[in-house]
Design a protein around this ligand. Structure first.
Ligand SMILES: CC(C)(COP(=O)(O)OP(=O)(O)OC[C@H]1O[C@@H](n2cnc3c(N)ncnc32)[C@H](O)[C@@H]1OP(=O)(O)O)[C@@H](O)C(=O)NCCC(=O)NCCS
Length: 343
Protein backbone atom coordinates (compact mmCIF):
# COMPACT_ATOMS: atom_id res chain seq x y z
CA UNK A 1 0.00 0.00 0.00
CA UNK A 2 1.30 3.46 -0.87
CA UNK A 3 2.65 5.58 1.97
CA UNK A 4 2.10 8.77 0.00
CA UNK A 5 -0.70 11.02 1.22
CA UNK A 6 -3.15 11.96 -1.58
CA UNK A 7 -2.77 15.55 -2.80
CA UNK A 8 -5.61 17.95 -2.09
CA UNK A 9 -6.64 20.41 -4.72
CA UNK A 10 -9.74 22.41 -5.57
CA UNK A 11 -12.78 20.53 -6.93
CA UNK A 12 -12.61 22.48 -10.19
CA UNK A 13 -10.69 25.32 -11.86
CA UNK A 14 -11.79 28.47 -13.67
CA UNK A 15 -10.36 31.53 -15.39
CA UNK A 16 -10.62 34.35 -12.85
CA UNK A 17 -9.06 37.25 -14.71
CA UNK A 18 -7.69 38.21 -18.13
CA UNK A 19 -5.33 40.94 -19.34
CA UNK A 20 -3.76 41.94 -22.62
CA UNK A 21 -0.96 44.11 -23.95
CA UNK A 22 -0.73 45.32 -27.52
CA UNK A 23 2.44 47.18 -28.61
CA UNK A 24 2.05 50.90 -29.22
CA UNK A 25 3.05 50.80 -32.89
CA UNK A 26 0.15 50.03 -35.23
CA UNK A 27 1.32 48.77 -38.63
CA UNK A 28 -1.10 49.13 -41.56
CA UNK A 29 -0.95 46.95 -44.69
CA UNK A 30 0.72 49.81 -46.60
CA UNK A 31 3.93 49.20 -44.62
CA UNK A 32 3.87 45.50 -45.56
CA UNK A 33 3.47 46.44 -49.23
CA UNK A 34 6.86 48.20 -49.20
CA UNK A 35 8.60 44.80 -49.43
CA UNK A 36 6.15 42.45 -51.20
CA UNK A 37 4.12 42.53 -54.39
CA UNK A 38 0.58 42.48 -53.01
CA UNK A 39 -2.28 44.87 -52.25
CA UNK A 40 -4.25 46.09 -49.27
CA UNK A 41 -7.34 44.58 -50.89
CA UNK A 42 -5.69 41.15 -51.30
CA UNK A 43 -4.44 41.05 -47.70
CA UNK A 44 -7.84 42.14 -46.32
CA UNK A 45 -9.88 39.76 -48.43
CA UNK A 46 -7.58 36.70 -48.15
CA UNK A 47 -6.68 37.02 -44.46
CA UNK A 48 -8.96 39.66 -42.89
CA UNK A 49 -5.98 41.63 -41.58
CA UNK A 50 -6.11 45.43 -41.75
CA UNK A 51 -3.47 46.34 -39.15
CA UNK A 52 -1.20 44.59 -36.66
CA UNK A 53 1.01 45.74 -33.79
CA UNK A 54 4.81 45.50 -33.87
CA UNK A 55 6.83 45.75 -30.68
CA UNK A 56 9.58 48.33 -30.09
CA UNK A 57 12.92 47.22 -28.58
CA UNK A 58 11.54 48.17 -25.15
CA UNK A 59 8.42 46.08 -25.60
CA UNK A 60 10.23 42.84 -24.83
CA UNK A 61 8.67 39.44 -24.21
CA UNK A 62 9.05 40.06 -20.46
CA UNK A 63 7.81 43.67 -20.53
CA UNK A 64 4.68 42.84 -22.54
CA UNK A 65 3.99 39.80 -20.35
CA UNK A 66 4.29 41.83 -17.16
CA UNK A 67 1.83 44.45 -18.47
CA UNK A 68 -0.73 41.81 -19.50
CA UNK A 69 -0.25 39.81 -16.30
CA UNK A 70 -0.63 42.85 -14.04
CA UNK A 71 -4.06 43.44 -15.60
CA UNK A 72 -5.04 39.76 -15.32
CA UNK A 73 -4.00 39.64 -11.65
CA UNK A 74 -5.97 42.81 -10.86
CA UNK A 75 -8.95 41.47 -12.82
CA UNK A 76 -8.83 38.24 -10.78
CA UNK A 77 -8.77 40.23 -7.54
CA UNK A 78 -5.72 38.43 -6.15
CA UNK A 79 -2.13 39.47 -5.44
CA UNK A 80 0.98 38.29 -7.26
CA UNK A 81 2.10 36.64 -4.01
CA UNK A 82 -0.79 34.16 -4.26
CA UNK A 83 0.35 32.79 -7.62
CA UNK A 84 1.85 29.33 -7.34
CA UNK A 85 2.97 28.83 -10.92
CA UNK A 86 3.72 30.91 -14.01
CA UNK A 87 3.41 29.20 -17.40
CA UNK A 88 4.63 31.15 -20.42
CA UNK A 89 3.79 29.97 -23.91
CA UNK A 90 6.00 31.51 -26.57
CA UNK A 91 8.03 30.65 -29.65
CA UNK A 92 9.76 34.01 -29.91
CA UNK A 93 11.84 34.28 -26.72
CA UNK A 94 15.42 34.41 -27.97
CA UNK A 95 17.39 33.03 -25.01
CA UNK A 96 17.67 29.27 -25.05
CA UNK A 97 17.95 29.28 -21.25
CA UNK A 98 16.75 30.23 -18.69
CA UNK A 99 13.00 30.24 -19.32
CA UNK A 100 11.56 33.78 -19.52
CA UNK A 101 8.85 32.69 -17.04
CA UNK A 102 11.24 32.93 -14.07
CA UNK A 103 12.09 36.58 -14.80
CA UNK A 104 8.40 37.39 -15.21
CA UNK A 105 7.49 35.58 -11.96
CA UNK A 106 10.17 37.53 -10.11
CA UNK A 107 9.35 40.95 -11.58
CA UNK A 108 5.63 40.48 -10.88
CA UNK A 109 6.47 39.90 -7.22
CA UNK A 110 5.37 36.28 -6.87
CA UNK A 111 6.64 34.36 -3.87
CA UNK A 112 9.10 32.06 -5.67
CA UNK A 113 6.32 30.70 -7.91
CA UNK A 114 7.18 27.69 -10.07
CA UNK A 115 7.90 29.06 -13.54
CA UNK A 116 8.53 27.52 -16.93
CA UNK A 117 8.04 28.07 -20.67
CA UNK A 118 6.22 25.84 -23.11
CA UNK A 119 6.49 25.64 -26.90
CA UNK A 120 3.17 24.72 -28.46
CA UNK A 121 2.88 27.32 -31.23
CA UNK A 122 -0.57 28.76 -31.76
CA UNK A 123 -2.09 26.09 -29.47
CA UNK A 124 0.11 27.30 -26.60
CA UNK A 125 -2.65 29.05 -24.68
CA UNK A 126 -4.83 25.91 -24.59
CA UNK A 127 -1.85 23.79 -23.57
CA UNK A 128 -1.02 26.21 -20.73
CA UNK A 129 -4.64 26.37 -19.61
CA UNK A 130 -4.82 22.58 -19.46
CA UNK A 131 -1.66 22.39 -17.35
CA UNK A 132 -3.01 25.13 -15.05
CA UNK A 133 -6.30 23.32 -14.52
CA UNK A 134 -4.40 20.13 -13.67
CA UNK A 135 -2.17 21.90 -11.14
CA UNK A 136 -5.14 23.50 -9.39
CA UNK A 137 -7.26 20.38 -9.20
CA UNK A 138 -4.25 18.27 -8.17
CA UNK A 139 -3.24 20.82 -5.54
CA UNK A 140 0.28 21.92 -6.51
CA UNK A 141 -0.86 25.53 -7.00
CA UNK A 142 -3.89 27.54 -5.89
CA UNK A 143 -3.54 30.16 -8.62
CA UNK A 144 -1.71 29.77 -11.92
CA UNK A 145 -0.77 32.56 -14.31
CA UNK A 146 -0.90 31.48 -17.96
CA UNK A 147 0.72 33.86 -20.44
CA UNK A 148 0.73 33.70 -24.24
CA UNK A 149 3.28 36.16 -25.63
CA UNK A 150 4.99 36.70 -28.97
CA UNK A 151 7.23 39.09 -30.86
CA UNK A 152 6.63 37.41 -34.20
CA UNK A 153 7.88 40.53 -36.01
CA UNK A 154 11.37 39.33 -35.00
CA UNK A 155 10.76 36.07 -36.88
CA UNK A 156 8.99 37.46 -39.94
CA UNK A 157 10.67 37.61 -43.35
CA UNK A 158 9.20 40.83 -44.75
CA UNK A 159 10.15 39.71 -48.28
CA UNK A 160 8.12 36.50 -47.97
CA UNK A 161 4.79 37.09 -49.67
CA UNK A 162 3.22 34.12 -47.91
CA UNK A 163 3.79 35.35 -44.34
CA UNK A 164 4.90 39.01 -44.30
CA UNK A 165 1.36 40.30 -43.69
CA UNK A 166 0.25 37.65 -41.21
CA UNK A 167 2.08 38.07 -37.96
CA UNK A 168 1.83 40.51 -35.06
CA UNK A 169 3.16 41.01 -31.54
CA UNK A 170 1.48 41.11 -28.15
CA UNK A 171 0.80 39.39 -24.84
CA UNK A 172 -2.31 37.94 -23.25
CA UNK A 173 -2.57 36.49 -19.76
CA UNK A 174 -5.12 34.75 -17.57
CA UNK A 175 -5.20 33.86 -13.91
CA UNK A 176 -6.63 30.39 -13.33
CA UNK A 177 -7.81 29.48 -9.83
CA UNK A 178 -10.12 27.29 -7.76
CA UNK A 179 -13.83 26.89 -8.50
CA UNK A 180 -16.76 25.12 -6.86
CA UNK A 181 -18.27 24.20 -10.24
CA UNK A 182 -16.83 23.09 -13.60
CA UNK A 183 -15.65 26.15 -15.59
CA UNK A 184 -12.95 24.65 -17.83
CA UNK A 185 -14.13 21.66 -19.83
CA UNK A 186 -12.11 18.64 -20.90
CA UNK A 187 -9.38 19.61 -23.39
CA UNK A 188 -9.37 17.93 -26.77
CA UNK A 189 -5.76 18.23 -27.87
CA UNK A 190 -3.14 16.48 -29.92
CA UNK A 191 -0.29 16.71 -32.40
CA UNK A 192 0.31 15.71 -36.01
CA UNK A 193 4.08 15.63 -36.33
CA UNK A 194 3.85 14.17 -39.82
CA UNK A 195 2.85 17.70 -40.88
CA UNK A 196 5.69 19.42 -38.99
CA UNK A 197 7.19 20.75 -42.23
CA UNK A 198 4.14 22.89 -43.03
CA UNK A 199 5.01 25.58 -40.44
CA UNK A 200 8.64 25.87 -39.44
CA UNK A 201 11.68 28.06 -38.96
CA UNK A 202 13.44 28.68 -42.27
CA UNK A 203 16.89 27.73 -40.91
CA UNK A 204 17.66 26.08 -37.55
CA UNK A 205 19.91 28.15 -35.25
CA UNK A 206 22.88 25.77 -35.53
CA UNK A 207 22.95 26.01 -39.33
CA UNK A 208 22.50 29.78 -39.14
CA UNK A 209 25.50 30.00 -36.79
CA UNK A 210 27.77 28.34 -39.36
CA UNK A 211 27.11 31.33 -41.63
CA UNK A 212 27.75 29.36 -44.83
CA UNK A 213 26.31 31.66 -47.50
CA UNK A 214 25.84 28.78 -49.93
CA UNK A 215 23.52 27.04 -47.43
CA UNK A 216 21.50 30.02 -46.22
CA UNK A 217 18.69 32.13 -47.69
CA UNK A 218 19.77 35.63 -48.77
CA UNK A 219 17.74 38.84 -48.94
CA UNK A 220 17.35 41.02 -52.04
CA UNK A 221 20.65 42.78 -51.18
CA UNK A 222 22.60 39.52 -50.78
CA UNK A 223 22.71 39.53 -46.99
CA UNK A 224 22.08 36.36 -45.00
CA UNK A 225 18.48 36.40 -43.82
CA UNK A 226 17.74 36.02 -40.13
CA UNK A 227 15.72 32.83 -39.50
CA UNK A 228 11.99 33.36 -39.89
CA UNK A 229 8.75 31.44 -39.69
CA UNK A 230 7.66 29.99 -42.99
CA UNK A 231 4.53 28.06 -43.84
CA UNK A 232 2.75 26.21 -46.62
CA UNK A 233 -0.28 28.47 -46.42
CA UNK A 234 -2.72 26.40 -48.44
CA UNK A 235 -1.89 23.11 -46.69
CA UNK A 236 -2.27 24.71 -43.25
CA UNK A 237 -5.45 26.47 -44.36
CA UNK A 238 -7.05 23.21 -45.54
CA UNK A 239 -6.01 21.37 -42.37
CA UNK A 240 -7.40 24.14 -40.18
CA UNK A 241 -10.71 24.32 -42.03
CA UNK A 242 -11.37 20.56 -42.23
CA UNK A 243 -9.71 19.09 -39.17
CA UNK A 244 -10.07 21.85 -36.58
CA UNK A 245 -13.83 22.14 -36.94
CA UNK A 246 -13.98 18.45 -35.94
CA UNK A 247 -11.76 19.10 -32.90
CA UNK A 248 -13.93 22.06 -31.91
CA UNK A 249 -17.03 19.85 -32.13
CA UNK A 250 -15.31 17.19 -30.00
CA UNK A 251 -14.56 19.82 -27.33
CA UNK A 252 -18.23 20.84 -27.29
CA UNK A 253 -19.27 17.18 -27.00
CA UNK A 254 -16.72 16.53 -24.23
CA UNK A 255 -18.11 19.46 -22.25
CA UNK A 256 -21.70 18.37 -22.87
CA UNK A 257 -22.46 21.64 -24.65
CA UNK A 258 -24.50 22.14 -27.83
CA UNK A 259 -23.87 25.10 -30.15
CA UNK A 260 -27.12 26.61 -28.80
CA UNK A 261 -25.67 26.67 -25.27
CA UNK A 262 -22.64 28.62 -26.43
CA UNK A 263 -22.34 32.41 -26.00
CA UNK A 264 -18.90 33.05 -27.47
CA UNK A 265 -16.48 31.45 -29.95
CA UNK A 266 -12.80 32.39 -29.65
CA UNK A 267 -10.76 30.51 -32.25
CA UNK A 268 -7.06 31.14 -32.86
CA UNK A 269 -6.79 34.29 -34.95
CA UNK A 270 -4.98 32.91 -38.03
CA UNK A 271 -7.23 33.92 -40.90
CA UNK A 272 -10.74 35.38 -40.91
CA UNK A 273 -11.75 32.91 -43.64
CA UNK A 274 -10.77 29.99 -41.39
CA UNK A 275 -12.86 31.53 -38.59
CA UNK A 276 -15.89 32.03 -40.88
CA UNK A 277 -15.61 28.50 -42.23
CA UNK A 278 -15.51 27.00 -38.72
CA UNK A 279 -18.57 29.02 -37.70
CA UNK A 280 -20.41 27.56 -40.68
CA UNK A 281 -19.28 23.95 -40.19
CA UNK A 282 -20.12 24.06 -36.47
CA UNK A 283 -23.50 25.62 -37.36
CA UNK A 284 -23.08 28.21 -34.63
CA UNK A 285 -26.33 30.13 -34.10
CA UNK A 286 -26.56 33.88 -34.73
CA UNK A 287 -26.48 34.72 -31.02
CA UNK A 288 -22.91 33.38 -30.62
CA UNK A 289 -20.36 36.20 -30.49
CA UNK A 290 -17.37 35.34 -32.68
CA UNK A 291 -13.89 36.82 -32.05
CA UNK A 292 -12.47 38.46 -35.16
CA UNK A 293 -9.63 40.26 -33.42
CA UNK A 294 -7.33 39.27 -36.31
CA UNK A 295 -8.45 42.38 -38.22
CA UNK A 296 -6.44 44.71 -36.00
CA UNK A 297 -4.10 42.29 -34.24
CA UNK A 298 -2.92 39.88 -36.95
CA UNK A 299 -1.79 36.40 -35.95
CA UNK A 300 -0.05 36.60 -32.57
CA UNK A 301 0.25 32.83 -32.10
CA UNK A 302 0.09 31.92 -28.38
CA UNK A 303 -1.19 35.40 -27.49
CA UNK A 304 -4.10 35.41 -29.91
CA UNK A 305 -6.81 33.72 -27.80
CA UNK A 306 -6.27 35.61 -24.51
CA UNK A 307 -5.92 38.89 -26.44
CA UNK A 308 -9.19 38.25 -28.28
CA UNK A 309 -10.87 37.20 -25.01
CA UNK A 310 -9.71 40.35 -23.26
CA UNK A 311 -10.99 42.56 -26.08
CA UNK A 312 -14.43 40.92 -26.27
CA UNK A 313 -14.87 41.46 -22.52
CA UNK A 314 -13.50 45.02 -22.63
CA UNK A 315 -15.84 46.06 -25.46
CA UNK A 316 -18.85 44.39 -23.84
CA UNK A 317 -19.34 41.99 -26.79
CA UNK A 318 -18.92 39.18 -24.25
CA UNK A 319 -19.59 39.22 -20.53
CA UNK A 320 -18.36 37.53 -17.40
CA UNK A 321 -19.95 34.10 -16.96
CA UNK A 322 -20.48 33.54 -20.69
CA UNK A 323 -19.75 30.07 -22.02
CA UNK A 324 -16.99 30.20 -24.63
CA UNK A 325 -15.41 27.66 -26.96
CA UNK A 326 -11.67 28.29 -27.45
CA UNK A 327 -9.51 26.49 -29.99
CA UNK A 328 -5.85 27.00 -30.87
CA UNK A 329 -3.92 25.31 -33.68
CA UNK A 330 -0.61 25.77 -35.41
CA UNK A 331 3.05 24.81 -35.69
CA UNK A 332 3.74 21.21 -34.81
CA UNK A 333 1.13 20.73 -36.02
CA UNK A 334 -0.62 20.92 -32.64
CA UNK A 335 -4.09 21.82 -31.43
CA UNK A 336 -6.11 22.27 -28.24
CA UNK A 337 -9.79 23.06 -27.77
CA UNK A 338 -11.92 23.45 -24.67
CA UNK A 339 -15.07 25.12 -23.39
CA UNK A 340 -14.56 27.71 -20.63
CA UNK A 341 -16.62 30.08 -18.53
CA UNK A 342 -15.38 33.61 -19.17
CA UNK A 343 -13.93 35.54 -16.22
C1 LIG B 1 -1.50 32.59 -46.13
C2 LIG B 1 -2.89 32.63 -46.71
C3 LIG B 1 -3.63 33.87 -46.26
C4 LIG B 1 -2.79 32.66 -48.24
O1 LIG B 1 -4.10 32.65 -48.80
P1 LIG B 1 -4.46 31.61 -49.96
O2 LIG B 1 -5.81 31.92 -50.38
O3 LIG B 1 -4.20 30.23 -49.43
O4 LIG B 1 -3.44 32.01 -51.06
P2 LIG B 1 -2.63 31.03 -52.00
O5 LIG B 1 -1.34 30.69 -51.35
O6 LIG B 1 -3.52 29.91 -52.45
O7 LIG B 1 -2.38 31.95 -53.22
C5 LIG B 1 -3.44 32.39 -54.07
C6 LIG B 1 -2.89 33.33 -55.11
O8 LIG B 1 -2.47 34.54 -54.47
C7 LIG B 1 -1.11 34.79 -54.72
N1 LIG B 1 -0.51 35.35 -53.52
C8 LIG B 1 0.11 34.70 -52.50
N2 LIG B 1 0.50 35.57 -51.57
C9 LIG B 1 0.10 36.78 -51.98
C10 LIG B 1 0.20 38.07 -51.46
N3 LIG B 1 0.79 38.31 -50.28
N4 LIG B 1 -0.33 39.10 -52.15
C11 LIG B 1 -0.92 38.90 -53.34
N5 LIG B 1 -1.05 37.68 -53.91
C12 LIG B 1 -0.56 36.65 -53.23
C13 LIG B 1 -0.50 33.47 -55.08
O9 LIG B 1 0.63 33.62 -55.89
C14 LIG B 1 -1.64 32.81 -55.81
O10 LIG B 1 -1.68 33.31 -57.13
P3 LIG B 1 -2.05 32.38 -58.37
O11 LIG B 1 -3.48 31.96 -58.11
O12 LIG B 1 -1.90 33.27 -59.55
O13 LIG B 1 -1.11 31.24 -58.33
C15 LIG B 1 -3.69 31.37 -46.29
O14 LIG B 1 -3.18 30.26 -46.94
C16 LIG B 1 -3.67 31.11 -44.82
O15 LIG B 1 -4.18 31.88 -44.04
N6 LIG B 1 -3.13 29.94 -44.41
C17 LIG B 1 -3.21 29.47 -43.06
C18 LIG B 1 -2.49 30.31 -42.08
C19 LIG B 1 -2.65 29.69 -40.74
O16 LIG B 1 -3.69 29.22 -40.38
N7 LIG B 1 -1.66 29.63 -39.95
C20 LIG B 1 -1.88 28.98 -38.69
C21 LIG B 1 -0.71 28.66 -38.06
S1 LIG B 1 0.06 30.03 -37.33
Amino acid sequence: MSKIRPSKGAPYARILGVGGYRPTRVVPNEVILEKIDSSDEWIRSRSGIETRHWASPEETIAAMSIEASGKAIADAGITAGQIGAVVVSTVSHFSQTPAIATEIADKLGTDKAAAFDISAGCAGFGYGLTLAKGMIVEGSAEYVLVIGVERLSDLTDLEDRATAFLFGDGAGAVVVGPSQEPAIGPTVWGSEGDKAETIKQTVPWDRFRLGDVSQLPLDSEGNIKFPAITQEGQAVFRWAVFEMAKVAQQALDAAGISPDDLDVFIPHQANVRIIDSMVKTLKLPEHVTVARDIRTTGNTSAASIPLAMERLLATGEAKSGDTALVIGFGAGLVYAATVVTLP
